[in-house]
Write a protein of this length. Structure first.
Length: 566
């Protein structure tokens, strides 16, 4: 039983049995330590020389990756403060796609440096305010030095995609993959006023173990992981005219009970003939429209399959709705629900529709669409684990290309913008009065954790590297960063290492907000799950008793407090 004493020394029971409370410094220390541990986990996987993690879940499934968001999602984090860092990696992944590891490493550094100030009796609120101002200033500085590029400049977009993949398993094949990724994003981009909008759902990514990463290909159209429904149908059709139907080619069974009195066999035959005639009628409408390929979202009756095969129409059934939408965008076909509405103008076109064997499966390829607004990337790799990691790498690269098309500003990589912002922040900190100045300086130190970690992971001496980086930047070479592969401080322009400005801004804002939130916590109250039955005095409350508990600290209890004593 948790007993609190009021100022008059009277003991008061506030929290129920088994509840834990950590207050003040202890709570802060505990939260900061947990967050630092999370940052440490992903710390070694930052940059081109970063290492991968092997994660094994409870079922024994293995994931091998160095993608920060994936690592933190797979290891089921229990500690509530640590969960906040998992959330920022998730948000960064959804928002900009890349920089998930950097965001977590930066948040860990911000907390570590804040702890130093808190131990020197600087109030957490002052640290938080200082951090907020510094983050705002850092974003302004980066916006000032960012280069504006053309949103459709393939050369720039390829460099961006390559930089994103430099840190991943697919590094050796990044040039080939970058070319495919840029082509696919440009294909699905839609012009909106001055800028572009990219919906990455229009890029379908299909993966299949087998072959090698070199066998990855872009298909100007859609790949369906289905086979042709009937063995008598053609497996390949050139100059395809495609009908998309989201209705079943079957006779609907009625929902309600109906009785038909049949008195002689002749009536039975005419009843069955009528069903057959209705199905033939539907197929005739498909044939009349001039279609030679039919994609159906629902089922197709055996009899209908026979008629379609006789007419030489390649047919695929039970296609996912999302794939049907992509097919419509790729081929220019109009999706119809009623066969009576199917006319030639509704058909889409593709140079080739063909069923091919990919490893052990048969897939249908729809290729050579004229101006496809949806395309497919077919990823291959030596094993399932490799293909999974290729998919994650390609997702990040697609996202960064999308970021630059939607906001065409880029900065150098290799820790250059962070070092530049840190140097400028230190100068700016001197103009501030009071203790906020200390917080801004600590923010600058935290930013430099990115170049330091890059150097550490590359086996370079972090202190010497940072000193050399600072001195070159102070001479006015703001694009100087760490060329990790060569193990030296060099111009990032020469190494072609570029990143989208939006990724950098997301990293800084996300990390600052998470660190600020954790720093403001001075009390952690974890309620134990009740040992059965409503709390005393709640019997007469009806349903409300339980609700009260929910509104209280229930949120914390759900976070799994066993991790609190880390």
């Amino acid at each position: 039983m948790s007993i609190q004493s009021s100022s008059g020394g009277i003991p008061v029971v506030i929290l129920k049995d088994g509840a834990q409370q950590t207050k003040g410094r202890d709570a802060q220390k505990n939260n900061i330590a947990a967050a630092k541990l999370i940052a440490e986990i992903v710390h070694s996987s930052l940059g081109p020389r970063g290492m991968d993690k092997m994660l094994v879940d409870s079922l024994g499934d293995v994931t091998i990756t160095n993608d920060g968001a994936t690592i933190l999602k797979e290891i089921d984090v229990q500690h509530p403060a640590a969960k906040m860092l998992v959330e920022i990696s998730k948000a960064t992944d959804n928002e900009v796609g890349d920089g998930t590891t950097s965001a977590v490493v930066l948040a860990g550094a911000l907390l570590e440096n804040a702890e130093i100030l808190i131990l020197q009796d600087v109030h957490p609120t002052i640290v938080v305010d200082g951090y907020r101002k510094a983050a705002q200033k850092a974003v302004e500085l980066l916006e000032k030095i960012a280069d504006k590029v053309s949103a459709t400049d393939k050369d720039v977009l390829e460099r961006i995609a390559r930089t994103s993949m430099q840190t991943k398993l697919v590094r050796r094949d990044s040039a080939n993959l970058a070319d495919m990724i840029v082509k696919s994003v440009i294909a699905v981009a839609e012009k909106k006023g001055e800028g572009y909008l990219v919906d990455i759902d229009d890029i379908k990514v299909e993966k299949k173990a087998g072959g090698s990463i070199k066998d990855c290909a872009i298909i100007k159209g859609i790949v369906l992981d289905k086979e042709v429904v009937h063995s008598g149908m053609p497996k390949k059709i050139d100059h395809a005219k495609i009908a998309l139907v989201n209705n079943a080619l079957e006779i609907d069974k009625t929902e309600f009970d109906a009785k038909i009195n049949i008195t002689n066999p002749q009536q039975m035959k005419s009843f069955l003939d009528e069903e057959q005639r209705m199905i033939k009628n539907m197929v005739d409408k498909v044939i009349a429209s001039g279609a030679n390929v039919l994609f159906c979202q629902k089922g197709i009756d055996d009899m209908a399959q026979h008629y379609l095969a006789k007419a030489g129409i390649l047919t695929v059934r039970r296609i996912k709705e999302s794939d049907m939408t992509k097919l419509a965008k790729a081929t220019g076909a109009r999706m119809i629900s009623n066969f009576d509405d199917l006319f030639e103008k509704d058909l889409g076109s593709a140079e080739l529709v063909e069923e091919r064997k990919v490893e052990t499966d048969k897939w249908v390829f729809v290729e050579g669409c004229k101006h496809p607004k949806a395309v497919t990337l077919l990823l291959r790799g030596g094993s399932q684990r490799v293909v999974d990691e290729v998919e994650r790498s390609v997702h990040d690269a697609i996202m960064v290309v999308k970021d630059v098309m939607e906001k065409p500003f880029i900065v150098a990589g290799g820790g250059a913008p962070e070092t530049y912002a840190a140097t400028k922040l230190r100068e700016w900190a001197k103009t501030l009065e009071g203790r906020e100045q200390l917080a801004v300086e600590k923010f600058a130190d935290s930013l430099e954790v990115i170049p330091i970690t890059l150097a550490e992971n590359a086996g370079m001496d972090p202190i010497d590297t940072l000193a050399s980086l600072r001195s070159k930047q102070l001479k006015g070479n703001k694009w100087t960063g760490i060329d990790v592969m060569k193990g030296q401080v060099a111009s990032m322009h020469a190494s072609d290492i570029f990143e989208p400005l939006s990724v950098k801004i997301q990293i800084i804002t996300c990390a600052t907000e998470a660190a600020s939130m954790i720093l403001r916590i001075d009390d952690v109250i974890a309620t134990a799950k009740s040992a059965g039955g409503p709390p005393p005095g709640a019997e007469g409350m009806g349903g409300m008793g339980g609700m009260g508990g929910m509104g209280g600290m229930g949120g914390m209890g759900g976070m799994g407090m066993p991790g609190m004593d880390m």
